[in-house]
Design a protein around this ligand. Structure first.
Ligand code: UD1
Length: 418
């Protein structure tokens, strides 16, 4: 297993370009199956989750090809509805095949989706809304088996908010007969991006980005191209890497308009920023102040995916910070690893209590994607050497974090071990 060797204590400085968004591209890749031609994704991130989704699409007959940073997916010859467990149970987003494959091809068998172990992560909301649209689903020890004739539009109010279930429902509804009205929907920007792509393919959708989405089903969709937007979570991770090292980083094409809550917290810590010609220029030389209390929340609130990177910064601030995780009940593993680096972090119920101070290098393990990135942030701020193993988690979502950090003057190298 590969590992990172880092030498902390150097303020980051310089420019990096932000990669395409993982959470935007995964549902849109699945949505390619709703049409029968070739779709093109520009600015597509080369990350393990994209490769895993590519394998899933290939397993049902799609052909894929990379042309520099563009991914082409040809769906003209789809022939199978069996998703091999080897891919499906690696990644939560395999569940999107229910909403994208079924409406066109009528039946699918898929093992239970995997993903990071940050909580129980049930899929009951996905199944409930698909059932409301007319999908028949039964479950056994091998996973899920679903069948659908012609789907029919419906009114459905999500009992709890879910990003993925909203996306799955929208994908299925765009080709269902009649009108679908979804309420209590998630409002994440990635839902807006998915709807833009679906609309480019001919779908009729209104209201994305609000709690109520209205969809008028169409008979068929056509091929389209999609430019994958920049990843707001990667941009936030690098922002916090700059903050933890009191550096000055410029993030080219950061999606600033999607980062309001994150930038608000950054400013309260003492961070300063400007936006110049599409680049987020940050100055963390005055970052000091603790974060008295913050809760993660659905968009436009502070994203749960940046809770661990923020905790890493808080471990370097003056005074006590408290962060309450409200989305995933087991997203505290990185904080516990940071204790090995001298972080004074206690978990009290669902709240992390962090007394700021200094960090020192240690050997730590990434145990989930964003938690792994948080350990990189902590390693950059720590005095001395840090080793991080289990990099496969980080590879799922970061295209080349070590290259980016090196470009910014951080000391990090990847040790390749087969
Ligand atoms: C997506 C993001 C993930 C982010 C999360 C919350 C992708 C590929 N992943 O994950 O990075 O952390 O949104 O912003 O876009 N839940 C249920 N039943 C369900 C579905 C969800 O109880 O059927 C619960 C989950 O366990 C969790 C909460 O709802 O506690 C929110 O999950 P959800 O919004 O669905 O997250 P994902 O779509 O999996």
């Amino acid at each position: 297993m590969d590992l990172y060797q880092m030498e902390g204590g150097y303020p980051l400085s310089g420019n990096v370009r932000i990669q395409g968004s993982k959470n935007a591209v995964l549902p849109t890749m699945a949505a390619a199956l709703l049409q029968r031609g070739t779709v093109v994704f520009h600015h597509c991130p080369r990350i393990a989750d994209v490769w895993c989704m590519e394998e899933i699409l290939k397993s049902v007959g799609a052909r894929t090809r990379w042309c520099r940073d563009s991914l082409l997916i040809d769906c003209s010859n789809i022939y199978s509805g069996e998703i091999p467990g080897a891919y499906a149970d690696k990644m939560r987003s395999s569940v999107f095949l229910l909403g994208s494959f079924l409406p066109r091809y009528g039946q699918i068998s898929i093992s239970y989706p995997g993903g990071c172990t940050i909580g129980r992560r049930p899929i009951d909301l996905h199944l409930a809304v698909l059932k409301a649209l007319g999908v028949e689903i039964y479950e056994d020890s091998c996973g899920l088996h679903a069948r659908a004739g012609k789907l029919t539009g419906c009114r459905y109010c999500f009992p709890r908010i879910s990003v993925g279930a909203t996306e799955n429902a929208v994908m299925a509804a765009v080709v269902a007969a009649g009108v679908t009205c979804l309420s209590n929907c998630a409002r994440e920007p990635e839902i807006i991006h998915l709807c833009h792509f679906l609309r480019a393919m001919g779908a009729r959708i209104k209201g994305e980005g609000t709690g109520e989405i209205l969809i008028k089903g169409v008979c068929r969709l056509h091929p389209a191209e999609f430019s994958v937007p920049s990843d707001r979570i990667v941009a936030g991770t690098y922002l916090f890497a700059g903050a933890a090292t009191r550096g000055k980083v410029a993030l080219e094409s950061a999606p600033v308009e999607e980062m309001e809550a994150v930038l608000g917290v950054y400013q309260k810590m003492g961070g300063q920023y400007q936006v110049k010609s599409g680049t987020l220029v940050t100055d963390s030389s005055r970052v000091r102040k603790a974060v008295p209390f913050l809760e993660t929340a659905g968009y436009p609130g502070f994203p749960t995916d940046l809770q661990s990177p923020l905790a890493a910064v808080c471990a370097t601030l003056e005074g006590s910070s408290r962060i309450r995780e409200t989305i995933f009940e087991d997203r505290y593993k990185a904080a516990m690893q940071m204790r090995k680096m001298g972080a004074d972090i206690q978990k009290c119920g669902d709240v992390l209590e962090i007394k700021g101070g200094s960090l020192h290098g240690a050997c730590v393990s990434a145990e989930d994607l964003r938690g792994g990135a948080a350990l990189v942030v902590a390693g950059l701020a720590a005095e001395g050497s840090t080793e991080i193993d289990e990099l496969t988690y980080i590879d799922r979502g970061y295209e080349h974090i070590e290259k980016d950090i090196t470009l910014l003057g951080g000391r990090i190298s990847r040790i390749y071990r087969s």
